[in-house]
Design a protein around this ligand. Structure first.
Ligand code: ADP
Ligand code: ZN
Length: 755
């Protein structure tokens, strides 16, 4: 919830506005708060308010910022929330005033209503994602900086501190007071003193937020064959200027990014805005550079690491239409585009598009809705499309464009499974001699190798050899993960951490705690011992802090300052490493356990993506999968590269039981302070479960994460045929159950996580 401590600029009354009308006009105002809908207010005399206007209103004793909402909701009937009771006209409070901000466009308002209704969230909480941090800011003021004035006035005492400031100011471009003082290592008063003495004079700094217009003709690629055909089809789609959905499928390295840049170019030629969603903003450095090479200027970025100022400026530039291309994480979906002409969702199969906290929504699916609201085409891009998307292609709802081969002389990497039963690692180690030999040969040829293990830390489990005690999180049903470099045990679910105890906390045996299984830290230790001369770089989300560090690591790999990369999921992203020719998957079976509906599909997608880092230039790439189940369909699909057949098998397994995408799922997660409250609430839900044709309720049952952050959890799962809208069923069901004290029910439509 936005918190504000100053009153924003108001336009209390406008000059030349019509005379106050005797009958007060009722307006509906949506506030970024968890109410069931918009609240009724009175438009003060002389203030002509239109839907979309951003206003300040009184709420209790506070002043809140909200948006004038439409009088009528435009939603499919099954999505309609129950009406809110009207407030008597006489009791309406007056809107305080309109803020000096561009109004929120109608398609975004309708999108917010839709997302709220679909996810069963209070619309105000969805609005909060669109309004966050941006509204209180007036238009950004240009920043001021200092330049050295010509002559030093005679009689000025030049202290060493002052001298330092002058030296720095003379050498570089104009800088703000803070920057100048920080660089010189002096207090801000030194800078101000020099300014007063007339040694520095003020200049307006070039705006760091100036969003230059990307030039679609800057550096177009040379396209031939299927690339040219697909690019033409995408351009034609943009030219249609209306809502449509296209899947762009192509193996890693086939030029998908290159090609969809042409769709962006087509959209820019029409003067329309483009939104590109990437699953992980860590990827943005390479992506941004590429964009810059193609269009001559950088795109606007939108992600959680943006500072508050840049965030406001970007929001404003999108609303004013000055930001032409925005590349961002899922929250960019809620930006106030004024003329959105195209949405691209890259790596559409990625489950990280699902937001699991607060309003739970899948940004890929909601992007399709946003495109429909703005009547714009959307393109979903992937080497391994999700079964959901493939089903939509099969049903004729999505268009399908394909790139069959890698670009240029690069060929697909050769994938082999390495049967760990036949060539096991030495005792206490995790890399098979077959894999270490391959790494040694690769490094010997001056090429680069990569080891992938999707697990942070040193070991996922710490066990007492004497009594069998397992080190567990006090707040969660989860083992503590050892992070040896930091000498701690930590919980990957709640963040709890503690020092590694010298003795077993259960039996007091000393030196008895033993790490079980590997994380990347442990693999790194093994690799350092096996390849003492190799230059090793570890890439994991807890060792690389932020996009800058990631970009630096990527640059080092590109500059060939690294022989062996060891990483978690972060290395799976769409990086282009031309000298990397060998990828070793330390544990290809890792994602297969756990009984998750999409476990096999996700493993194929992830491992194919990692494998795709190998052999992206001339030299042939090789991939070795360490597995104890080399005959598993997942391994066979990775080896053959025949994902279409694999996905057909997946579909055949899900179809009979109406599992997604052939049916709909809704998860209910009951959490409570006590096991009793969780249990009673869950049982009440089970008791009141809907009994309808084509609808089935599974559970309640304790969640796999039975305790999370100290809260006790139970789960229920509703499964319905695809043609049955689940929202009214859920609404009705939830209205009949009152959670116990201290208990809460969270609803997750189209769940991805089953923990
Ligand atoms: P994908 O997104 O399918 O993995 P990319 O678009 O990243 O593929 O292309 C792989 C590599 O080939 C990149 O380095 C890209 O710049 C290059 N490439 C692809 N198509 C072309 C082209 N038509 N001209 C020049 N380079 C290309
Ligand atoms: Zn925990």
């Amino acid at each position: 919830m936005p918190r504000r401590n100053h009153t924003p600029d108001l336009m209390e009354s406008q000059p030349g506005s019509p005379a106050p009308s005797p009958t007060a006009r009722r307006v509906r105002v949506m506030l970024p708060l968890p109410f069931a809908g918009a609240l009724d207010y009175r438009a003060p005399a002389g203030l002509d308010l239109q839907p979309g206007d951003i206003v300040s209103v009184p709420l209790g004793r506070r002043t809140e910022t909200g948006v004038v909402w439409d009088m009528e909701l435009r939603l499919p009937p099954e999505f309609m929330p129950p009406p809110m009771p009207p407030v008597a006209a006489g009791r309406l409070r007056a809107v305080g005033g309109r803020l000096d901000l561009p109004p929120m466009p109608a398609p975004l308002r309708r999108f917010i209503d839709w997302v709220a209704a679909y996810t069963l969230s209070p619309p105000g909480m969805v609005l909060a994602m669109a309004l966050r941090t941006s509204t209180t800011a007036a238009a950004p003021r240009p920043a001021a900086g200092w330049k050295v004035a010509g002559e030093i006035p005679p009689g000025l005492r030049l202290t060493p501190a002052r001298q330092k400031v002058l030296d720095i100011a003379r050498a570089g471009t104009p800088m703000s007071t803070t920057d100048l003082a920080t660089r010189a290592g002096v207090g801000a008063s030194v800078v101000r003193g020099l300014a007063q003495a007339g040694c520095l004079h003020e200049v307006v700094l070039p705006a760091p937020w100036a969003f230059a217009t990307p030039d679609p003709a800057h550096a177009p690629p040379v396209l031939e064959g299927e690339q040219a055909d697909v690019a033409r089809a995408l351009r034609d789609t943009v030219a249609e200027d209306r809502f449509s959905i296209t899947l762009l499928e192509g193996v890693t390295g086939s030029g998908k990014t290159e090609i969809y840049m042409e769709a962006i170019a087509a959209c820019l030629e029409k003067g329309l805005q483009v939104l590109v969603l990437l699953p992980e903003i860590a990827l943005s450095s390479q992506w941004t550079e590429r964009f810059e090479r193609r269009f001559g200027t950088a795109p606007a970025l939108w992600h959680s690491d943006l500072g508050p100022r840049l965030r406001r400026v970007t929001w404003r530039a999108v609303a004013d239409g000055e930001a032409h291309v925005v590349v961002g994480a899922r929250s960019a979906l809620f930006l106030p585009f004024v003329r959105l002409g195209l949405i691209i969702v890259d790596e559409e199969h990625e489950t990280s598009f699902k937001q699991e906290e607060g309003v739970t929504y899948n940004a890929r699916d909601m992007a399709v809705v946003r495109a429909r609201m703005d009547n714009a085409p959307i393109m979903l891009v992937s080497a391994t499309p999700s079964l959901e998307t493939l089903a939509n292609v099969g049903a004729g709802r999505y268009r399908h464009l394909r790139l069959g081969a890698r670009h240029g002389n690069a060929s697909m990497p050769q994938v082999r499974t390495l049967d760990m039963r036949a060539s096991p690692p030495e005792r206490g180690l995790f890399l098979s001699p077959v894999l270490t030999d391959a790494i040694a040969r690769t490094i010997g040829r001056q090429e680069q190798a990569m080891l992938f293990l999707n697990r942070r830390g040193y070991a996922p489990l710490t066990l007492c050899r004497t009594c069998g005690h397992r080190m567990q999180c006090p707040n969660c049903t989860a083992w503590l993960v050892e992070h040896r470099a930091r000498r701690i045990l930590t919980c990957h679910h709640c963040g709890h951490h503690e020092a590694m105890p010298p003795a077993c906390p259960s039996c007091n045996a000393e030196d008895s705690l033993t790490p079980i299984g590997p994380g990347v830290e442990r693999i790194t230790e093994e690799a350092r011992a096996t390849f003492p001369d190799a230059r090793i770089l570890v890439m994991a989300s807890d060792t690389l802090h932020g996009p800058a560090a990631t970009a630096e690591a990527v640059d080092r790999i590109s500059r060939r300052e690294v022989d062996l990369v060891i990483g978690t999921q972060i290395v799976a992203k769409g990086w282009h490493f031309p000298h990397l020719t060998l990828v070793g998957i330390v544990d290809a079976d890792l994602g297969l356990g756990g009984g998750d509906l999409r476990a096999a599909e996700r493993t194929v997608q992830l491992l194919h993506q990692v494998a795709g880092r190998a052999g992206r230039a001339e030299a042939q790439g090789h991939v070795l999968l360490q597995s104890y189940v080399p005959d598993h369909p997942v391994m066979e699909a990775l080896v053959s590269g025949d994902f279409a057949s694999f996905m057909e098998q997946e579909a055949e397994q899900r179809r009979p039981g109406f599992w997604p995408p052939f049916g709909r799922l809704v998860a209910l997660i009951v959490s409570a302070d006590t096991p009793e409250a969780a249990d009673m609430t869950a049982r009440a839900l089970g008791h009141e479960a809907p009994r309808l044709d084509g609808v089935q309720v599974l559970g309640p049952a304790p969640a796999p994460l039975a305790i999370l952050r100290g809260r006790h959890r139970q789960r229920l799962l509703l499964r319905a045929r695809r043609n049955i809208p689940v929202q009214p069923i859920m609404r009705e069901w939830l209205s009949r159950v009152k959670p116990e004290r201290g208990a809460r029910v969270d609803v997750d439509i189209d769940p991805i996580s089953f923990l």
